[in-house]
Design a protein around this ligand. Structure first.
Ligand code: NAP
Length: 256
């Protein structure tokens, strides 16, 4: 048997685990940082919690005799992706990055593109008094300076109570989000600008379409740089990579 480690925290990682456990001769372990209280169910073995930096991950890969590693973390989870790249090189095992393509601005979009969350706060148009902040819960603190605005902040779990927040409302919800739902939300809360990370994928794209329809500006935080190396854009590509590595006939694997 060969052993695959999937670095998770995304819907793609969940789908990949479900596909990979059906491949003959492969054991699948998915690891999660343990940030969300009720993570999506993952098939196969699941391990929760950090490794203790790159050195901890190197030790884990060696102890657990991992043969392949697929980094299917969120495009904004730059630290763990750096650790995975470094550890895979040190241990000498093949690594694949599964990263969905970034959203591309259409001609009807009004995007203000910024490099970092801190810059996003500064880039919000002065005329926008009611802002929809959809960046998760971990980086809300910089928005606390917006004391004269009103922010609708959406995340899966509530932010840590020690994090300072701007005036506004917390909305706890998990995607995928429908276009009709997002349209309604923007109208109901009279939103005038949106702050988003360029996460890519379908599950959270409806807010971008709804903003386009309503002519709202979107302050779009660009992705951090990810390590070089082999990469695919979807789960099917990752399964093909595994099939090649396992040297199994793809017809056998599909009927297994
Ligand atoms: P990060 O800054 O890149 O990583 C911080 C630390 O969390 C890592 O050094 C590692 O701890 C641990 N970690 C991260 N992902 C892990 C995994 N899959 N398995 C085990 N340990 C992991 O990550 P982040 O931005 O805080 O995101 C945390 C997790 O949430 C990621 O897995 C990511 O896929 C998911 N997520 C992030 C975002 C986002 O916008 N950042 C959005 C949706 C989901 P050690 O150094 O101790 O090993």
């Amino acid at each position: 048997m060969k052993r695959l480690l999937i670095l998770g925290g995304t819907g793609d990682a969940v789908q990949l685990a479900a596909r990979a456990i059906d491949l003959p001769g492969l054991e699948v372990v998915t690891t999660l940082a343990g940030r969300t209280n009720n993570p999506q169910a993952v098939l196969g073995t699941v391990r929760i919690g950090g490794f203790g930096g790159e050195a901890g991950l190197v030790a884990y890969l060696q102890t657990e005799k991992i043969d392949f590693i697929i980094d299917a973390t969120h495009p904004f989870a730059a630290q763990i992706s750096g650790h995975v790249a470094g550890a895979a090189t040190k241990v000498g095992i093949p690594r694949l990055l599964l990263v969905r393509p970034a959203w591309v601005r259409s001609i009807e979009d009004t995007w203000i593109e910024v490099e970092r969350i801190e810059a996003a706060v500064q880039a919000i148009p002065a005329s926008a008094e009611r802002i929809f902040v959809t960046i998760g819960r971990q980086q809300l603190a910089p928005f606390a300076v917006l004391t004269d605005r009103w922010c609708l902040m959406r995340s899966i779990d509530p932010p840590d109570p020690s994090i300072p927040l701007p005036p506004g409302k917390l909305l706890l919800d998990r995607g995928p989000f429908s276009l009709e739902g997002e349209r309604q939300l923007l109208r109901e809360y009279q939103i005038q600008a949106i702050v988003s990370k360029n996460s890519g994928g379908e599950a959270t794209y409806a807010k971008i379409i709804a903003a386009r329809e309503l002519g709202l500006p979107v302050v779009m935080v660009q992705r951090p740089i990810v390590p070089e190396g082999e990469r695919v854009a979807d789960v099917a590509g990752a399964v093909e990579w595994l099939i090649d590595r396992l040297e199994i006939n793809s017809i056998t694997s599909k009927t297994h």
